[in-house]
Design a protein around this ligand. Structure first.
Ligand code: AMP
Length: 394
């Protein structure tokens, strides 16, 4: 298929899009329709000349926004649409060509991702209306982690909770962990060995990838487990929920809201969920920001050390995501907490590898496990999987 792929990431009030050519290096048309359903809904993006535009779309719904996006594709006709779907449960181990049975399976999984899957399905419905003739492909955040062995994906809970209710660890950010680990295997002389990946953005997760297969990851049943994130707590004592309920009288919804929206960097710093500001304030001596940075880095290092147990050999660590790609401070602090792993960071390379640069950060002559920064390309990976699915249907 030579035609470009339209990649859609649909939220409850937003649609992120990118038109991606078969040559992954070709310039992309990309943008974001946001605040859908409200009077200040709008479409923002860039044209092929790199010029930004903002178009008001008052009260537009998803289908109207897609029609506006269609007008921004500069006459280029996509050959397929690739949808980012957050949760594929155990049903989807790879991308799937959308038909009624796939939609039904995504609906069934919605209980596991009540905020995300219904919005993703609304995106599929609107896209089918606007592009009825195009093949649509569902690409799942969870699918890459379906290779986890039971010892990594089972919680130590009564079996019926797993067999009857699907309570297990699923993992997320799969397209990102898959993309950066595969890329490291291509770039490094070590090939597709054992890689620890750290996707550090607003959401954060780590994974252990062996031979392009995920063997463990830090997120679990939901994207709340694991690392400290922008506003998410990551791991807490499972007894915390009962304690907050009994001692403070908090409801399940209040607890959920605090752990997902008021915790993480924001909760610890008392200032912000934005790592740039946390770093600036920490440098200026703000105690909350210093603590937030400290806990954030320590928890990443602890998670990487734990996940190394999943790998037969350790070939290196990969940093990606807005923080992983842009923060020499976080990379330095995390690696400093893992002295027994034999990494050797070249400080100049660390400082210079920011703003979308790809690179190995090892000191000259170093022969231990490698340190890489690889900018993630979740949209490119979704386009690639969409293309593959359309060209080689099961
Ligand atoms: P993402 O969700 O991947 O877009 O990442 C967003 C996170 O990346 C936010 O916490 C930003 O503050 C952080 N970030 C972006 N640029 C930088 C930077 N130059 N230094 C530190 N953090 C950054």
């Amino acid at each position: 298929m030579n035609a470009p792929v339209l990649v859609i990431n649909c939220g409850s009030s937003s649609i992120k899009y990118a038109l991606i050519d078969s040559d992954p290096q070709a310039p992309r048309l990309a943008g974001l329709a946001e605040r859908l359903g409200s009077s200040d809904a709008r479409l923002k993006g860039k044209n092929s000349a790199g010029e930004s535009f903002t178009q008001p779309l008052p009260n537009a719904d998803h289908a109207e926004a897609l029609n506006a996006i269609l007008q921004r594709l500069e006459g280029r006709v996509p050959g397929a649409v690739g949808h980012r779907i957050v949760h594929g449960g155990e049903h989807f181990t790879q991308a799937a060509l959308v038909d009624d049975s796939v939609i039904e399976a995504i609906e069934t999984t919605a209980a596991l991702a009540p905020l995300h899957n219904p919005a993703n399905l609304a995106g599929i419905a609107a896209t089918r209306k606007v592009f009825p003739e195009l093949p649509q492909v569902a690409v799942f955040d969870t699918a890459f982690h379906q290779t986890l062995p039971p010892r990594a994906y089972r919680y130590a809970l009564p079996e019926a909770l797993y067999t009857e209710h699907g309570i297990r660890r699923y993992g997320f950010h799969g397209t990102s962990h898959a993309f950066v680990s595969q890329r490291a295997g291509e770039l490094s002389s070590r090939g597709a060995g054992g890689w620890l990946t750290a996707h550090l953005g607003n959401g954060c997760s780590t994974a252990a990838v062996w031979n392009n297969q995920s063997l463990d990851t830090s997120m679990g049943l939901t994207p709340l487990e694991g690392l400290v994130m922008g506003t998410r707590s990551g791991d807490v004592d499972p007894g915390l929920h009962a304690h907050l309920h009994r001692q403070l009288g908090w409801s399940v919804d209040e607890i959920d809201n605090v752990l997902n929206k008021q915790s993480g960097l924001l909760g610890l710093s008392g200032l912000t969920n934005d790592m740039r500001e946390v770093e600036d304030q920490a440098m200026a001596g703000h105690p909350g920001a210093k603590l937030a940075l400290d806990v954030f880095c320590y928890r990443i290092a602890k998670s990487l050390a734990a996940l190394s147990c999943a790998l037969p050999t350790l070939d290196g660590v990969i940093f990606t995501g807005g923080i992983g790609e842009n923060s020499p401070i976080v990379r330095r602090e995390v690696l400093a907490l893992l002295p027994h792993f034999g990494f050797s960071l070249d400080e100049a390379a660390n400082e210079a590898t920011i703003r979308g640069k790809e690179g190995k950060l090892d000191s000259a002559g170093h022969s231990g496990p490698e340190v890489w920064v690889i900018p993630t390309d979740e949209e490119g990976r979704i386009a690639m999987e969409t293309r593959h699915c359309v060209e080689t249907p099961e």
